[in-house]
Design a protein. Structure first.
Length: 181
């Protein structure tokens, strides 16, 4: 029998000094049975980094043709496609073709470095693609904050993040591998 997703209730408060965005989002997030706490928490961080009133979590790992997070315009066009992990060149090409902006957040240490070395040249032509990497040490500390009922405060300033919850606090320093344009 297939294992069910675990539901997380999250109150995500975002204070993004870089974009002047200050809002609290109440999210119900389904954690896929194969998803780690690290990946779940990175999804929440990716949401915070791109927070917008039209930003939504998708089905994520359970579908191949959807990102982890997306933002659609009022007319239904795909404005922002946000993925986590190490997508194939084919998926990168398709996502860049479907959306105005595609953002990929990698993590996992050495495997992320190997992936980037492999796809760097073939992705250079996409002006609507941004790629950033998170340190495995920092994402491990982030995973320790995971709880089924979670109040998460994300402060963003100068591209750096401070994440705090009842269980503690951690800092993330994403490294930009590829910028838009």
């Amino acid at each position: 029998m297939a294992q069910n997703a675990t539901i997380y209730k999250v109150e995500l408060s975002v204070s993004d000094m870089d974009r002047h965005y200050y809002e609290t989002h109440k999210l119900t997030v389904a954690k896929h049975p194969s998803e780690t706490d690290e990946r779940l928490m990175l999804r929440l961080v990716a949401f915070a980094m791109n927070a917008h009133e039209n930003m939504e979590m998708t089905k994520g790992l359970s579908t191949d043709d959807e990102p982890d997070i997306w933002q659609k315009s009022l007319s239904g066009e795909l404005d922002v496609w946000v993925s986590l992990g190490l997508p194939s060149e084919k998926i990168i090409r398709q996502s860049c073709g479907k959306s105005k902006k595609t953002i990929i957040y990698t993590y996992g240490g050495k495997s992320a470095e190997i992936w980037w070395d492999k796809v760097r040249n073939s992705t250079a032509r996409f002006d609507n693609l941004q790629v950033a990497n998170f340190s495995s040490v920092e994402t491990a500390a982030l995973a320790d904050l995971a709880q089924r009922a979670l109040k998460l405060q994300v402060n963003i300033q100068d591209g750096e993040l401070m994440i705090s919850a009842d269980e503690g606090m951690c800092y993330l320093h994403p490294v930009e591998l590829k910028a838009f344009g």
